[in-house]
Design a protein around this ligand. Structure first.
Ligand SMILES: Nc1ncnc2c1ncn2[C@@H]1O[C@H](COP(=O)(O)OP(=O)(O)OP(=O)(O)O)[C@@H](O)[C@H]1O
Length: 434
């Protein structure tokens, strides 16, 4: 029998699509009671990893486990995992309520559950509206409602904030945290750190299919390297002088300033004085998470010279900070946007019918599991529950073999917590937590 923990274990997962190494030896654990952000730029391998975890793509090697079992071996998967890989696939002329009822019937839950999950995701007033007329944000909510039908122990959501307006993102944050605090497990992917920063307890940051950081966001925050921004009278002379002093992390900014990493302002000022360079302005800047995230992932598309900030950056090269770009685009690193967090897509209009409910205990008992309709990412019905782990499964409650994985060039890698930081899983209905 599966261990019932709700723990997700990804162990040395690898997927090769012909010449494309989509996922390379990826390992991480998601503990019940926590929200884990799975972050990386476009094409980093997030969706492929989630699809392998959900049994939709066969790994080249490695394994993904939920409750200690591969997805297709979960005894009652509709109760265990709710997944949203894309907020599409709704019959455009079917109302939200009817859509949910179709899926409710498929997994053997009563029609009344459709209204419950509509309320849960804030679509209580939109149940009669056709899904085809929904905005992207409303489709995201409807997809989440579909995933919640089976009262799952684990939620796996691919880019759930995509299309949500700021209010929707704030609501999603509260919802997912509440869900997790009830002892359940949440794994969400995003290509925007800012989108999930306030939601997640730990992050797995991937780039080109490889782990770049795995651990608590707070630890990543603690490792931020401050830099000094200086406006000199002669940038070339100051850079030369700094280099003579053995300072390596030097970068020219488009506005004419020099950024110097790993030193204090006083050292830069002393060097400038010695070199006879006037300083018109100087300030210490604490690196923010967004820039750190970019440092960890910007090698994916950028040319090597563009991919560096710090020791290997070359003064005098093309300005490395270009026009504001979004993560994951084929752009050189950009400074923290400062704004744009939670910004809805251009032209986005909030649709009527939203509510912002909390996540309430449902006390719902699932009636049994049946084969869902095609396209519903739930496993095959009636799969016999096994009493002993299949061969090759790691022992429960211990880290997978080879774990922890040492990410390449990843500062701040740390082992995940071995114990559930939120205590034992609580039984009963959904939510009811924080
Ligand atoms: N079925 C497939 N056949 C061939 N290559 C694939 C397939 N699926 C994904 N890939 C490739 O694998 C890599 C990882 O893709 P994946 O969709 O997993 O990334 P992602 O991080 O989810 O990106 P995004 O944020 O854009 O969705 C990409 O280079 C992609 O082109």
């Amino acid at each position: 029998m599966h261990d019932g923990s709700g723990r997700i274990v990804v162990q040395n997962l690898t997927k090769q699509f012909g010449p494309v190494a989509a996922v390379q030896n990826l390992s991480f654990t998601v503990e019940p009671g926590s929200v884990t952000g799975f972050l990386g730029p476009n094409g980093a391998g997030k969706t492929t990893t989630l699809r392998m975890l959900l049994g939709l793509v066969t790994p080249t090697s490695g394994i993904g486990l939920i409750n200690g079992r591969p997805f297709h071996q979960l005894g009652n998967p509709g109760r265990v995992v709710g997944a949203v890989l894309e907020a599409q696939g709704f019959h455009p002329k079917r109302s939200a309520r009817n859509h949910l009822r179709v899926y409710a019937a498929a997994i053997g839950v009563p029609d009344s559950r459709a209204d419950q999950v509509l309320q849960l995701v804030g679509l209580g007033a939109a149940g009669e509206r056709r899904a085809g007329g929904f905005s992207l944000g409303m489709k995201q909510r409807l997809a989440l409602a579909t995933a919640l039908l089976g009262d799952p122990q684990v939620l796996v959501l691919d880019e759930p904030a995509n299309g949500l307006d700021p209010e929707g993102i704030a609501w999603l944050r509260t919802f997912l945290q509440s869900f997790a605090r009830s002892g359940r497990t949440v794994l969400i992917s995003s290509h925007l750190l800012a989108e999930v920063e306030q939601t997640v307890d730990q992050v797995v940051i991937v780039s080109r299919g490889q782990t770049m950081y795995y651990g608590a966001l707070d630890n990543l925050r603690d490792q931020q390297q401050a830099r000094v921004l200086v406006q000199p009278s002669d940038a070339g002379a100051l850079v030369a002088a700094l280099r003579e002093d053995g300072v390596a992390g030097i970068e020219q900014l488009p506005d004419g300033r020099i950024a110097v990493a790993g030193v204090e302002a006083k050292q830069v000022a002393d060097t400038a004085l010695r070199a006879g360079v006037s300083i018109y302005g100087i300030q210490e800047e604490k690196a923010d998470l967004e820039r750190l995230f970019f440092q960890l992932t910007n090698g994916q598309y950028a040319a090597p010279a563009q991919a560096q900030y710090g020791a290997q950056a070359q003064y005098g090269a093309q300005a490395q900070y270009g026009a504001p770009a979004q993560y994951g685009q084929q752009q050189p690193p950009v400074p923290p946007a400062g704004s744009g967090y939670y910004a809805p897509p251009a032209g986005y209009q909030q649709q009527p019918g939203y509510q912002q409910p909390g996540y309430q205990p449902q006390g719902y008992q699932q009636q049994g599991y049946q084969q869902p309709p095609s396209g519903y990412h739930q496993p095959v019905a009636g799969y016999p529950q096994q009493e002993t782990p299949p061969q090759g499964m790691p022992p429960q409650g211990t880290p997978p073999q080879g774990y922890p994985q040492q990410p390449p060039q990843a500062p701040g890698y740390q082992q995940p917590p071995q114990d559930n930081p939120y205590g034992q899983q609580q039984g009963g209905g959904l939510g009811g937590g924080a």
